[in-house]
Design a protein around this ligand. Structure first.
Ligand SMILES: [Zn+2]
Length: 237
């Protein structure tokens, strides 16, 4: 490492000069892992900044769903018309945007499949659709419900042993079930650090619980970015 960069690192640790760093290491006031941790924090911060400049991530591989996308009578999936009246139609909660209870949603009438597709209002399928096919829908008011909605989230992190284990540990703490996932690593032979990108399908009660999941995973060591995954793919059937 160049001396100027080492000095910047040393200063960021509250130490005045490089010699002092060596002194502190010698007398044991500071241990080598402190320096490594500090370097790692700087590296993650750098990656985070790079990630912020890029648009939301798209994985090369389509999401692999272990469970089937929810399809059923509107009332069974908690969907009503925007005016609160029942929607007497078959609906499908689409896997492109995996809407969950509490999200702003819109329906697209798929006449060929005789069902109403339910999308998150921000899904690109909505803007690409035909205006006449749009149906105003909302979530049915409820006091308590055992209905869990599958939702896709993506995670970008430094790849290390135990990372996935830690992430899944957060889900288990929150009592959230994992319904599927897709792992896509970006191995590098020129750089020591590898970035892991993966998607998880979690089953949540509502958007508040989904936010809790995203917040807890973002607190896992070495995680750079977590968010909801929006895909522009149609379901395969
Ligand atoms: Zn969608």
């Amino acid at each position: 490492m160049e001396n100027s960069r080492l000095l910047a690192l040393v200063k960021s640790m509250g130490i005045r000069k490089i010699d002092d760093l060596f002194d502190e290491l010698t007398v044991g006031k500071l241990v080598a892992t402190d320096v490594v941790d500090r370097l790692k924090a700087i590296y993650i911060e750098k990656l985070r900044k790079q990630e912020e400049k890029t648009s939301p991530m798209r994985l090369a591989e389509p999401l692999v769903l272990l469970s089937h996308p929810p399809v059923g009578i509107a009332s069974d999936l908690g969907i009503v018309q925007r005016n609160g009246k029942p929607l007497r139609r078959k609906v499908e909660l689409m896997t492109c945007c995996t809407p969950v209870f509490g999200d702003s949603i819109i329906g697209i009438d798929n006449r060929a499949k005789h069902r109403v597709e339910i999308h998150h209002v921000e899904c690109s399928s909505v803007s690409a659709g035909i205006e006449d096919d749009l149906i105003d829908v909302d979530w049915q008011k409820r006091d308590d419900s055992a209905l869990h909605y599958p939702s896709s989230i993506y995670v970008v992190a430094l790849n290390r042993v135990g990372l996935l284990f830690d992430v899944l540990g957060e889900l288990s703490e929150l009592g959230v079930n994992l319904a599927g996932g897709n792992l896509s690593l970006k191995p590098s032979i020129t750089q020591e650090d590898q970035v892991a990108e993966f998607e998880l399908v979690v089953e949540v009660l509502d958007v508040t619980q989904l936010d809790d999941v995203i917040n807890s995973i973002s607190g896992v060591n070495d995680v750079i970015r977590v968010g909801r995954a929006f895909h522009c793919i149609k379901t395969l059937d």
